[in-house]
Design a protein around this ligand. Structure first.
Ligand code: 4AD
Ligand code: MG
Length: 461
């Protein structure tokens, strides 16, 4: 008996094949008087293989009962198709039912709303669109590792459970083994000395602080993993659990950091356009008609680099009505970011040198004493996709920043150590993996590019 071949391989076959075995799920079945067409998909590519099941098959009466969503195993001959729309088809010599899906299989229609599919996130990868998204997601992960490997970066696994809040924004999900219905208290507060780690812990919001320690020993490094934020922002660009790519480079300043961010986005867009052609075309046809133009624009033109103050000036002098009126010193809202990148410049923009008061404690203080060497990369349709900075490498300045931001020096003793022993200028950033996927596919809701989205009041299992 032939070994199973993936449909992707068969559809790219240079020649007919006498005996092949395909396994997959039935998308549709159409019967004529003497034979049936069965469209089978096994997830290896967007396209289905068309199976011709002739009336002469011993179990043809059963074949005619096979439903959408059923799992089948089909042996047959790969031949040039007479019909339109496919080069190859499979003339079945045997059709075996692996499992029959009952009539209430929810994916009967061709098109369902994204909202409905979100409510059955466990089944949506069986559709064309979501199959394509998750193949691209997989390819993008490999492309990221490849990008760094080519540049001699080392891949570091930073911890998920942590006792320090990297962004200092208090958005940590707590991790505890203490009984919540009978919490041990001390002076009216939870007594973390009684907890698993003997101190207060949570899920990491960023691997940065940990990965910095490795930049200061291995040179160029990155971490790429899940991060968690308990921020109650119900937007199309935020999820509570997302993946972040965080490179960190020793002996690198803000400019080198911007260079890497720009190069990385361009390189990854190029790689995915090349490696996921068929899947990307689906999005360009059905999801975002301007997708190719956007992606080619990103690949072929250099990003604008603009100090924060100049960005504020542009926003002030624009005739655009913003919900939040722009004022010097405030953080840019997503509407401001999108105006700059979508309407004003019409390409990616890197804003740098933000006021220190709106940024995290670890960013390097500029000589003006007012701003920090921070950078955000903004892209059309999304706004912020990268946030990063040159890091404060001077011990005394860092200690002062920690004090100013009311963080505890004791929590960060190990971080401060790195500024005591061979401290060097270094820089890094965090790229939102899902936001990059949104950019690549034109999908406008972040919930639709992650296998099982976690958002306020919503978690499937
Ligand atoms: O700008 P952020 O908060 O930066 C950091 O966490 C730094 N410690 C990273 C570093 O320098 N190593 O987050 C980085 C990126 C954002 O630009 C955005 O793309 C993404 O992470 N991001 C989110 N993506 C989805 N859902 C959320 N709730 C996100 N929060 C941030
Ligand atoms: Mg940010």
């Amino acid at each position: 008996m032939a070994k199973r071949t993936k449909i992707n391989t068969l559809l790219n076959s240079p020649e007919p094949i006498d005996d092949v075995l395909v396994k997959g799920w039935v998308r549709t079945r159409r019967d004529s008087k003497t034979f049936s067409f069965i469209e089978v998909n096994d997830g290896s590519c967007l396209k289905n293989i068309q199976v011709v099941a002739d009336g002469s098959l011993g179990n043809y009466e059963d074949v005619k009962k096979i439903t959408t969503g059923s799992a089948v195993s089909i042996q047959g001959k790969l031949v040039a198709s007479q019909g339109k729309g496919q080069h190859w088809e499979l003339i079945a010599t045997q059709v075996n039912l692996i499992h029959m899906a009952p009539e209430d299989f929810p994916l009967q229609k061709k098109r369902h709303s994204d909202k409905f599919l979100r409510s059955i996130a466990h089944l949506r990868p069986r559709t064309n669109k979501y199959g394509a998204i998750f193949r691209i997601r997989s390819e993008l992960s490999y492309a990221i590792h490849h990008f760094f490997k080519q540049r001699d970066f080392r891949y570091i696994h930073t911890p998920i459970i942590t006792s320090s809040d990297c962004e200092g924004a208090g958005e940590l999900f707590r991790v505890t083994t203490m009984p919540l219905d009978n919490l041990p208290l001390k002076d009216g507060k939870p007594d973390y000395l009684n907890d698993f780690f003997g101190k207060e812990t949570g899920l990491t919001v960023s691997g940065q602080l940990a990965v910095e320690m490795f930049a200061l020993s291995l040179g160029d490094v990155y971490t790429f993993g899940p991060t968690f934020r308990a921020e109650n922002s119900n937007t199309s660009r935020h999820v509570a659990e997302f993946w972040m790519v965080e490179p960190e480079m020793a002996f690198c300043d803000l400019e080198g950091n911007m260079d890497l961010g720009e190069e990385m986005i361009q390189d990854l867009c190029g790689t995915i356009l090349q490696n996921c052609k068929e899947d990307i075309e689906l999005f360009a046809r059905f999801v975002d008609k301007s997708l190719m133009k956007t992606l080619e624009g990103i690949i072929n033109s250099s990003f604008v680099r603009l100090p924060y103050l100049e960005a504020v000036d542009i926003l002030k002098h624009s005739n655009k009505k913003f919900e939040f009126k722009i004022k010097k010193g405030m953080d840019l809202q997503s509407e401001h970011e999108r105006y700059l990148t979508e309407e004003h410049f019409k390409k990616p923009v890197i804003i740098y040198d933000y006021p220190k008061d709106i940024k995290a404690f670890y960013m390097r203080l500029n000589d003006d004493g007012e701003t920090v060497a921070a950078m955000d990369v903004l892209v059309p349709k999304i706004g912020e996709i990268i946030g990063g900075s040159q890091r404060e490498e001077r011990l005394s300045v860092l200690e002062q920043r920690i004090a100013e931001t009311a963080l505890s020096k004791d929590t960060y003793w190990w971080y401060l150590d790195s500024r005591r022993f061979g401290s060097v200028p270094h820089s890094g950033f965090g790229l939102g993996f899902e936001r990059l996927l949104m950019l690549l596919t034109g999908v406008s809701n972040i919930r639709d590019v992650i296998p099982f989205p976690r958002t306020p009041n919503s978690i499937e299992f």
